[in-house]
Ligand binder design. Structure first.
Ligand code: ADP
Length: 403
């Protein structure tokens, strides 16, 4: 068994029916244990916990987030880390929506929990689940500092022209309507790593980052600060995603209400859960989509073409907004693992200095790496994202500043 947990950070990402977690050393990035509780509140719940390459599984109903986290702590204790006895340096919580209120890692107290709960109007699927995770962890580790790291924080300073929706300004102000952006922890981490790999100061670079997972987003970053991003008030805007539509004519919402007589919750579910790659092809997993395409499925082919078309539209927009780009970086499940997507997204752009080296692009590697030919004017990179490490470092830094 590795060292004790007292210098490590426990990172918790609490979703509506799941809790993902990692115990890691924020300096080295070494993960002591990780896992996931799934199907909270359903008849058959479960936990998978990994330590030193060994997986412990539990199958049992898990009533709520508090029960889920207790099961996590019990499993930790049974596999070598009694977190309550050993203590941890801090707990870092991923919180989806920080609204206008939170734009840096924040030490959690009762007021902070109340404010995160109030932001549920902006993120009804996410913030209540985040609060459930926070409250459970505070109950189990009462003396340990808990830090909230917000998915929106990196984009807080977006320029007014990029974050403003062209609707009645009074309505927008009354309801907090603006572009907030999400996946900020990932965009910040990945763009920082890209600058490191280039051996350049982030302040000198124009970058475009594509975070392509189940959720997907793009960002344009100048001098280390984002100037635009594809997700908006909610994570629904922008790129085509696993189950989300991304950009739409907003008139479609009114049309569906009038013509299909769908109420607003049904429309919300349609656009968030039954659209995107899944809506077009029937599957939301990219590997399955590729298999369907290989078998000649035309709907799957169209879904892929729409996905690439949207990526390229954002690429073009951000190239112009930035007035030229030094680095384009792909990350997350699809971005890290699909050479086809990377090649198709950037095909035919050599006149802009953008090229992908086919050998580097298809090399089997999990490492952060260049996939553009050496000496190309625009660096193209694959950088594995690591939101847990970024959250752990932010939490540790905040705790150290307090002394
Ligand atoms: P999340 O947004 O849930 O964190 P991930 O970043 O894990 O998502 O990305 C999940 C997506 O990545 C899925 O669509 C999955 O099919 C895709 N993916 C994972 N591995 C591969 C692979 N080897 N090739 C293509 N797609 C992959």
């Amino acid at each position: 068994m590795s060292e004790t947990a007292e210098n490590m950070v426990l990172v918790i990402n609490s979703g509506s029916s799941s809790i993902k977690y990692q115990l890691l050393d924020p300096d080295s990035g070494v993960v002591a244990a990780s896992g996931m509780v799934e199907r909270i509140g359903e008849d058959e719940g479960g936990l998978e916990h990994r330590v030193d390459g060994e997986t412990t599984e539990r199958r049992e109903p898990i009533a709520d987030h508090a029960a889920g986290l207790r099961l996590v702590f019990d499993t930790f204790a049974a596999t070598g880390h009694d977190l309550v006895r050993e203590g941890v340096r801090a707990v870092g919580h991923r919180v989806v929506h920080g609204g206008e209120v939170f734009y840096r890692p924040t030490l959690i107290d009762d007021d902070v929990v109340a404010s995160i709960s109030e932001l549920a109007a902006l993120a009804p699927l996410h913030n209540p689940a985040n609060v459930a995770g926070i409250e459970s962890a505070r109950a189990l580790l009462p003396g340990v500092p808990q830090v909230a790291v917000f998915d929106t924080a990196f984009f807080h300073g977006l320029p007014a022209a990029a974050k403003t929706y062209a609707i009645d300004a009074k309505v927008a102000a009354a309801h907090g309507i603006r572009k907030y952006g999400f996946h900020g922890t990932s965009h910040e981490y990945v763009s920082g790593r890209a600058a490191e790999l280039l051996g350049r100061d982030p302040a000198e670079l124009n970058q475009i980052v594509f975070h392509l997972g189940n959720g997907a987003s793009a960002s344009a970053i100048r001098g280390g600060r984002p100037v635009d991003t594809s997700m908006g008030l909610t994570p629904l805007e922008g790129l085509v995603m696993g189950t989300r539509s991304g950009d739409l004519d907003p008139g479609i919402v009114a049309h569906l209400a009038r013509s299909a007589h769908l109420d607003i919750d049904r429309i919300d579910a349609l656009l968030n859960r039954d659209s995107g790659i899944k809506g077009l092809s029937g599957v939301n997993d990219f590997r399955e989509l590729r298999r369907l395409i290989a078998s000649g499925d035309e709907a799957a082919r169209l879904a892929y073409d729409v996905y690439i078309h949207r990526l390229r539209r954002y690429l073009g927009a951000y190239l112009i907004e930035l007035g030229g780009v030094d680095a384009i970086t792909f990350t997350a499940g699809v971005g890290e693992n699909s050479p086809q997507v990377r090649a198709d997204a950037l095909a035919g752009l050599s006149r802009f200095g953008i090229e992908v080296d086919p050998v580097a692009n298809t090399a089997e590697s999990r490492a952060a790496r260049f996939i553009s030919p050496s000496g190309a004017p625009v660096a193209v990179l694959v950088v594995p994202t690591n939101e847990e490490l970024a959250i752990a470092r932010a939490a540790r830094q905040l705790v150290e500043r307090r002394g």
